[in-house]
Design a protein around this ligand. Structure first.
Ligand SMILES: Nc1ncnc2c1ncn2[C@@H]1O[C@H](COP(=O)(O)OP(=O)(O)OP(=O)(O)O)[C@@H](O)[C@H]1O
Ligand SMILES: [Mg+2]
Length: 272
């Protein structure tokens, strides 16, 4: 089983913890529409995510990727359409009782006045998941090691590079033991080497935790590196979904254009 199970107790099996074992969720989005003051961002968008897969949504800047993630996590309300989490409407309060969602924001959004360990353990303390310091320390140390930042517990966020901040934000999400992780632009503003490290951290999650992951990015290299399937978002709808190889073979001119333009732009750079 996953390495996480040695720090995660079965529900009710131990007085030390109220952590539940996680169950990756399935997501079904049907005919999702969203406009902001007449600007239609999502139009008739359909998308399925399988439990436990890493689905990468790619699309140009401004194509609605972050708006889509905000709908899935329930921060944004659709004008029309439906988002089902394991068959239940995302707005149904029961969804939040049954499942934990974690979001890694485009900006990392760490608290600057507290250490890396405190950032990661905030959720555990607020929700009284672990009563004892040892349990908390172990989760912090395990999640940091999954993202390749062993021993960085006592560092302040201001001392971290952009890529390290992203990885701490991923560790913080992981510490919630989520059923769904949403990661917004993990490699934006990072150099190709750091992008590779982030890609490795995301891949490593899968070896340790069974979780459904949706990653949005305009980095086609990252998408190829980490995705089980890639969904291409254009003009507010998903125009193509497939494995990285299937997307490479796509004959859709918009998909082809997106892939080749990015490769040309990055020619000479380090590919993942
Ligand atoms: N709260 C909001 N109010 C009004 N317009 C919004 C709001 N949020 C997003 N938009 C608009 O929706 C469109 C899509 O934005 P979104 O942030 O989802 O793009 P994106 O694909 O994530 O882009 P990037 O790759 O730059 O992060 C943009 O035109 C944006 O201005
Ligand atoms: Mg965005």
């Amino acid at each position: 089983m996953s390495a996480r199970t040695d720090i995660v107790d079965e529900e009710g099996s131990d007085t030390k913890s109220s952590f539940k074992r996680n169950t990756p969720v399935a997501i079904k989005i049907t005919k999702l529409d969203k406009s902001f003051r007449g600007n239609q961002v999502l139009r008739n968008l359909n998308m399925d995510v399988k439990p436990g897969e890493t689905l990468v949504v790619i699309g140009k800047t401004g194509s609605g990727k972050s708006v889509l993630l905000r709908h899935i996590i329930g921060l944004e309300k659709p004008d029309s359409g439906e988002i089902l989490i394991n068959g239940m409407d995302v707005e149904d309060p029961e969804v939040r009782k049954k499942h934990r969602f974690a979001m890694v924001f485009q900006s990392s959004a760490l608290f600057n006045s507290i250490t890396v360990a405190e950032n990661i353990s905030l959720y555990l303390r607020e929700h009284r998941v672990f009563q004892d310091e040892n349990g908390i320390r172990q989760i912090v140390s395990n999640t940091l090691s999954i993202v390749g930042l062993e021993g960085k517990e006592d560092i302040m966020p201001s001392e971290l590079s952009g890529g390290m901040k992203k990885r701490v934000a991923i560790a913080r999400a992981l510490a919630m033991n989520p059923d769904l992780i949403l990661i917004d632009e993990p490699t934006s503003e990072l150099d190709p080497m750091m992008a590779r490290t982030i890609g490795d951290a995301i891949l490593n999650l899968r070896k340790h935790v069974e979780v459904t992951q949706i990653v949005v990015t305009h980095d086609i290299d990252l998408a190829h590196y980490i995705a089980d399937r890639i969904a291409v978002l254009d003009e507010g709808r998903i125009i193509e979904v497939g494995t990285p190889k299937e997307i490479d073979r796509s004959t859709n001119p918009i998909v082809r254009n997106f892939i080749t333009t990015q490769f040309e732009r990055e020619e000479g750079g380090t590919r993942l």
